[in-house]
Design a protein around this ligand. Structure first.
Ligand code: FAD
Ligand code: SF4
Length: 473
């Protein structure tokens, strides 16, 4: 513990975002950083708790008090080493994790939490700059081969650890670039793609084989896969978006959020897309349906594309500003979250249901909305009721459906493997991430349902440990 009184003498200081007027003109990362002196001061606020709830709150079990202490002492190499020991991508969680660790920080009971996520990000950047992060290929190989299908954070986390254990790992990806939703979901203004590429270069130098544009299940069959590899990890995500089957859903102008976001990321990566396929918000009134993170990313992207107006609606009621009695520390706070995109100029509304999409000559013109109330039924379940006389019509030319993902896509690969599913349609796994089919493991959104990068990384770790044990025995 650097400074035993730091938490009393130093206030929390966030680096903040680039000025709105400047950042909406480009797709560069919005977040700024503090200088090293301020970082060390922020690290000094950590109380080195006997029971560090931050560590309990962090899905990858980051040893937060230890690396905060190393930052305070100015030992960035040590801080990086501790960070990397529990997470293959601290540079990514340091940018886009919602930081459950900070919500669980003991200081957050009565004060502002210790700065954890930003300190993590800054430390990794300093470590890369100083040349502390180098390729470290395994000293020997086991001769065992593992196929990882899907190159999102779950697949990459497992691939890294299995490769470090000496197994020959091949990562198959159906897209033209590696990264899963990190690459083609999360916008560049939250995560610059050169951050992914920098880590991938190390992975290549360490011996991981990447194969893009390969649809496993089509280009490689189940039997080929099981014959060639000693174990297979499915990390194919939960790609089935929740639809809104209202009247007019097929109008030109109603799209899934992911189609819109992926296009923008591809264009930033230098790809040319045919004009007739392009979904653009420019000069349009945009309605984002769904109040979560994907919706917020659609807001920021629409603003950068120069939409005339952006509205984001949510069917659930507005969350409270502060924790309620039934949602105490150290649990995740179910409070309102305002992202950098929301601050860029968007109207947010809650308790609104979408009744239908209205068009003219096949093109979207309006959306019919109605206010709803939520009441508890006799069995405790929530029941939605329309509020009479609250129907309204909103003029919109683009609707982006951002209501989450229901499950992994079953047709194709998963069906061909003959796997069991859980009640929600995710691939069923045991606590070792083993599926119902021998040799096949699953990790990430495919078995948990759509979640967070940090959960995918942890799932990849658990799968790697158990695959390693499985193929060695
Ligand atoms: C728009 C958006 C923004 C988000 N923002 C955040 C955020 O800020 N912070 C956060 O923590 N989380 C965020 N998330 C959630 C997070 O991205 C996911 O939880 C995480 O990426 C899941 O990782 P995964 O490895 O399980 O799957 P994915 O990242 O979905 O990767 C699965 C990969 O498998 C590939 N694949 C599928 N089928 C096949 C096949 N048959 N053959 C070969 N490859 C295949 C897919 O192409 C994909 O690349 C966001 C999600 C979205 C959609
Ligand atoms: S809970 Fe907060 S104060 Fe305590 S060790 Fe973790 S980061 Fe430091």
């Amino acid at each position: 513990m650097g400074d035993p009184k730091g938490f009393m003498t130093v206030s929390r200081k966030d680096a903040g975002y680039r000025p709105t007027k400047e950042r909406i003109l480009d797709y560069g990362e919005v977040e700024q950083t503090l200088d090293r002196k301020d970082r060390a001061l922020q690290a000094s606020r950590c109380m080195d708790c006997g029971i560090p709830f931050c560590h309990w709150g962090c899905p990858v079990g980051s040893k937060i008090p230890e690396w905060q202490d190393a930052i305070y002492r100015g030992n960035i190499e040590e801080a990086y080493y501790i960070l990397h020991s529990t997470n293959s991508f601290p540079e990514i969680t340091g940018r886009i994790c919602p930081a459950p660790c900070e919500k669980a920080c003991v200081l957050a009971i009565h004060e502002e939490a210790v700065t954890i996520r930003e300190n993590e990000c800054a430390t990794v950047e300093q470590a890369f700059e100083a040349g502390f992060v180098k390729a470290n290929p395994p000293k020997s190989r086991t001769g065992k081969k593992v196929a990882v299908i899907g190159s999102g954070p779950a697949g990459l986390s497992a691939a890294d650890l299995l490769n470090r254990a000496g197994h020959l790992v091949t990562v198959f990806e159906k897209n033209d670039a590696i990264g899963g939703l990190l690459r083609y979901g999360i916008p560049d203004f939250k995560l610059n793609k050169n951050i992914i590429d920098r880590r991938l270069e190390l992975f290549v130098d360490e011996g991981i084989i990447f194969k893009t544009n390969v649809i496993v299940g089509v280009d490689i069959t189940r039997d080929e896969l099981l014959q060639e590899f000693d174990a297979v990890l499915l990390a194919v995500g939960a790609e089935k978006p929740r639809d809104l089957p209202a009247d007019g859903r097929d109008l030109d102008g109603v799209h899934f959020a992911m189609d819109f976001l992926t296009q923008q990321n591809k264009v930033i990566a230098g790809q040319q897309l045919p004009d007739e396929e392009r979904i653009l918000a420019k000069d349009k009134n945009v309605l984002v349906i769904g109040g979560g993170d994907t919706g917020s990313d659609c807001v920021g992207t629409s603003i950068r594309q120069k939409a005339s107006s952006v509205t984001q609606i949510e069917i659930l009621p507005k969350p409270p500003e502060t924790r309620q009695d039934n949602n105490p520390w150290p649990y995740w706070p179910n409070t309102i979250r305002t992202s950098s995109s929301h601050m860029e100029g968007c109207e947010r509304r809650w308790s609104l249901n979408t009744k239908r999409f209205i068009g003219e000559n096949g093109k979207l013109k309006q959306v019919e909305l109605v206010q709803v109330e939520w009441e508890k039924g006799i069995n405790g379940q929530w029941i939605m009721k329309e509020v009479p006389g609250t129907t309204e019509f909103m003029d919109v030319e683009l609707v982006l459906l951002s209501m989450g993902f229901t499950q992994p896509v079953h047709s194709g690969l998963l069906e061909s493997l003959g796997l069991e599913y859980d009640q929600r349609g995710n691939v069923k796994v045991n606590d070792k991430k083993q599926t119902s089919v021998e040799k096949i493991f699953a990790a990430g959104d495919v078995e948990r349902g759509a979640s967070l990068v940090v959960h995918a990384i942890e799932a990849g770790k658990v799968a790697a440990k158990n695959i390693d044990e499985f193929i060695r025995n």
